[in-house]
Each structure stands twice: as C-alpha cells, then as structure tokens.
Design a protein around this ligand. Sequence first.
Ligand code: FE2
Ligand code: FE2
Length: 196
Amino acid sequence: MEDRERFESALRATGREGVENVLAELARLGFFEAPASTRFHLAEKGGLLRHSLNVYDQARVLTQVECRLRPGLEERLPEASVAVASLLHDICKAEIYREEVKHRKVNGKWEDYTGYGFDCSAFPLGHGEKSVIRLLRWGMPLTDDEMVAIRWHMHAWDLADSPEARGCFGSASERCPLLAILIAADGLASHIQEAK
Ligand SMILES: [Fe+2]
Ligand SMILES: [Fe+2]
C-alpha cells in the first residue's frame, strides 16, 4: 500500500469526526509531498508522510509492550488516540519547507544541489501547539491526552525558558502516558528507523 493510502486509511479507521476535512486541508498545504526536515531525517519529497507513518508504527508497538508491562494502561491509550497523536503530531510542518538551491563540496569541488530551507512566517504559532490548533480549527475534536501529547512531543527541545512552561511539561509527563509513547516513538523513528 502506498504511504498516502496507508495514512488515510489509518486515520479513517479511527472513526473520528473531521477526518475528511483534515485530509483535505493536509493535501491543500502540501503535507503529502513535504520533507520531514531540512537536512536531518527524511529531507526528501514525501518524507513528512513517511515519518508520520514511522512514528505511528513505533507508537503501536510501544503501546502493546507497555500495556503488557502495566496492566490497566489500555484505558489511557485507546487505539484511536495513538493513531491521531502519532499520525498528526507534525502537521505543523506541512507548509514550512521550500525547495532551494544549496551548495556543497564534493571531491574538493563546489556544486549546486536542490535542498530544503524553511520559513514558518505564514502561520507562526510554534510546533506542537500549531498542530493542535490546526486540528481543532479543522473540526477534529481531540481528547485532553491527545492535545497534551501533541503539544509537548518535542520534549525539552521545545521548552521555553519559563517556570510555567517547565511546570506544564513536568505535569504533562507525569499524567499523560500518551505523551511518553509519542516522545519515544518520535525519537525511535527519527534517530534509528530514519537514520542515514
Ligand atoms: Fe515534531
Ligand atoms: Fe516527529
């Protein structure tokens, strides 16, 4: 199954209100063609879609294992929440990357190549919070755990230097098992599965 088809069917399988509108908005913004980063993991066409599926696969495996190790956890980790949080955590990146000509030295000689730069000025709302706001605006209701997990999935990388932000992140980490799953899945996908 093609990546896009798999992404769409996994999202539709959640039965969540607003899925069709979310898919239409993602297509409009270029999500399905976007890279996952400028030069780190999956900096290529379709990379963001692939990364979202990788995080989804990692999150499902981790959820199964954790639920076996910690009986009762299933209630906090419904399948639909795991799918929504993992597939949609990075939709904030849908439109921020632009193809641009870059330069690199190969065998002592400079050459041009097409790479990616980024520009978040069109809708400068941050990272996880931008994904949450977009989904709500596009008509997809989210549970508290889904919002908290998506908002804080960047872990300390997205931690403003304020006591309130650190306090929120601390509480989120303690109270939201979906956040722990999403952070671990994102890290495993980016640093192991997608490593160059
Ligand atoms: Fe992210
Ligand atoms: Fe990610």
